[in-house]
Design a protein around this ligand. Structure first.
Ligand code: AMP
Length: 561
């Protein structure tokens, strides 16, 4: 069976999920399933194997977590987990466990993340007490299997999440070994952002008659026409998104904009943040009464508000005449949603702009959208404080120009004349401009919004947009190469280096670039901007029991293939 993910209006209830889960999803403000969830949840609940192509941002975690939870509770016979989820990094192990915990708390699901670097004692205790779901990095999972502390006898489901990433990190043998320790009649689920032949080979060996789900692979005939709007994307760490959005709104100065969020909670939070920062924003989501919605729309139409913060569901069918900008506060969960959203601007010759904020790990979804729409979405630099200053100055200049052209300035003659007795005319003009400028602008935001690079796995595989080009800038400032004085002879594997860096610094596994391991030393690429932080953080740590010397090797430009 093969499914090509496309639109559709099924609700979570239509997918046959139990009442407790429907309640949780509604509490979380999820208004409808994402396309991957729509396609994956029914067959997974029925127990089929599945091979899914899905990147971060598509909602893939819930797509495999909900069916596992749907099939709880467990038979009482075994203390071992019902489901084992293998993930490439400890960061993802934590994230996926948190997601399972969020969705499964109501059912009393016991979820345990296990990954290298974390204290063994607590993991052993938790495993002994019994768990329902274990989310693990392959190395640590194998460690526990070897010690006999991870009992896989009662296992029903194995999920390989971000399988391509796990292969890239050298976990292929570990995965084979782990799968060999699981029951033959288990359900096997494989999610991968890309489906290269190596993934197909694993699927052929370990999946039984899997349902295949592919996203963003439509051929030319399946392509979606995007209106000719100006499209840009910005790579921003999550913590800086509100500030970056503010900057963009200040620079773009939309007549009216709709800002799309994923959940009801996010809509409410962002509306509050924007209003707190002095914007005029209104929330619109599916949890609101018709009367409230009408009120919001009339505020927007009358110009009392100029920003509408909405979920896809709530915004469906809206036609707002004066809309100039569509902002995606996150990358939409499927290319179709992107196309629908930006279709709201640029109609009938109107000016249209679509801005997308993406976290570095969502960079792949942008690429999927580019592939499907056949149009490049350039990744731009978030405007700096200097850009903002320049833009405000430009606005002041435009206001003065308009005033000179249109206003009767006669009444002010006397003021200027009296001042020119004492001051130069230029100085008088400068003072007047300063006052006009200060009166027109809100306090300047000086918040630092660091530039971030796209996830490096994309770079390693040389994934490119439809035009065969990379984002114009490439990763901010490129990558720096770090030299470690430990290598193969000390038993160092790529995952040890990734684990140490991701564990000790603010980088995640995804930020780390190419890794080379020689006999006596190793070389690791990290984003230039983070190199000093990584060197500093690693001074305090040990890798395989050794305290490494780490220093910059040389600047490495990102390689093009
Ligand atoms: P993932 O692709 O699994 O990393 O999920 C991306 C984000 O989308 C996460 O923050 C989820 O909480 C969120 N999410 C997943 N499914 C939905 C949904 N149906 N509606 C709204 N948000 C969702």
């Amino acid at each position: 069976m093969s499914v090509n993910v496309s639109g559709g209006e099924a609700t979570f209830a239509d997918l046959g999920l139990r009442a407790e889960l429907l309640e949780v999803l509604s509490d979380l403000g999820y208004e409808e399933p994402t396309p991957i969830q729509r396609e994956a949840i029914p067959p997974l609940t029925e127990g089929h194997d599945l091979l899914g192509q899905a990147a971060t941002g598509t909602g893939k975690t819930a797509a495999f977590a909900l069916p596992v939870l749907e099939r709880m509770p467990r038979p009482e016979s075994s203390a071992g987990p019902l489901a084992l989820v293998l993930v490439p990094t400890r960061e993802l192990a934590v994230q996926v466990s948190e997601a399972f915990h969020r969705y499964g708390r109501i059912l009393g699901a016991r979820v345990l993340p296990i990954y290298g670097g974390a204290p063994m004692g607590r993991q052993l205790q938790a495993l002994k007490r019994g768990t329902d779901v274990v989310v693990a990095t392959p190395g640590r999972a194998l460690d526990h299997i070897g010690r006999g502390t991870l009992d896989l006898e009662g296992l029903r489901t194995v999920v390989l999440d971000e399988a391509d990433e796990m292969l890239d990190m050298g976990f292929a043998d570990d995965i084979e070994e782990i799968l060999a320790s699981t029951p033959e009649d288990r359900q096997t689920v494989l999610f991968s952002a890309t489906l290269p032949p190596r993934i197909d080979a694993i699927a052929r060996r370990h999946l039984r008659d899997p349902v295949r789900i592919e996203m963003g692979q439509a051929g030319a005939e399946g392509r979606h026409e995007t209106p000719l709007v100006r499209q840009s994307a910005y790579l921003i760490a999550r913590a800086h998104k509100p500030a970056a959005l503010g900057r963009l709104l200040d620079i773009e100065a939309p007549t009216a904009a709709i800002i799309f969020c994923r959940t009801r909670e996010e809509v409410d939070q962002l509306t509050e943040t924007l209003n707190g920062r002095g914007y005029r924003a209104e929330a619109l989501h599916g949890g609101m009464e018709q009367e409230q919605r009408d009120r919001v729309m009339s505020r927007l139409r009358s110009g009392t508000a100029d920003l509408l913060v909405a979920t896809d569901v709530a915004a469906r069918g809206l036609d707002i005449e004066q809309l100039t900008h569509v902002v995606n506060y996150n990358v939409p969960s499927a290319p179709e949603a992107y196309v629908h959203r930006i279709g709201r601007v640029g109609r009938a010759g109107r000016e249209g702009v679509a801005l997308t904020l993406a976290e570095p790990r969502e960079h792949r979804m942008l690429k999927a959208i580019e592939r499907q729409t056949g149009r490049r979405i350039p990744v731009e630099r978030v405007p700096t404080v200097a850009d903002l200053q320049a833009r405000r100055m430009e606005l002041t200049r435009a206001a003065l120009e308009e005033c000179l052209l249109q206003e009767d300035l006669g009444p002010f003659h006397a003021v200027v004349e009296s001042l020119t007795d004492e001051f130069d005319l230029m100085e008088v003009a400068l003072a007047a401009v300063k006052l006009a400028h200060e009166a027109g602008g809100t306090a300047l935001d000086e918040e630092d919004i660091p530039e971030v690079a796209p996830r490096t796995a994309d770079k390693r595989r040389g994934r490119e947009g439809p035009g065969g080009e990379r984002s114009a800038r490439g990763p901010a400032g490129g990558m720096a190469r770090l030299f470690f004085n430990v290598g193969r002879s000390a038993g160092i594997r790529p995952q040890d280096l990734v684990g140490a860096i991701a564990g000790e610094s603010s980088l995640s596994g995804r930020d780390i670039g190419a890794i080379e391991i020689a006999d006596r030393f190793s070389l690791v690429e990290v984003p230039h901007a983070a190199a000093n932080e990584v060197i500093d953080a690693l001074r305090r740590t040990t890798i395989k029991g050794r305290r490494p010397t780490v220093r910059r090797e040389r600047e490495a430009r990102v390689r093009r293939r």
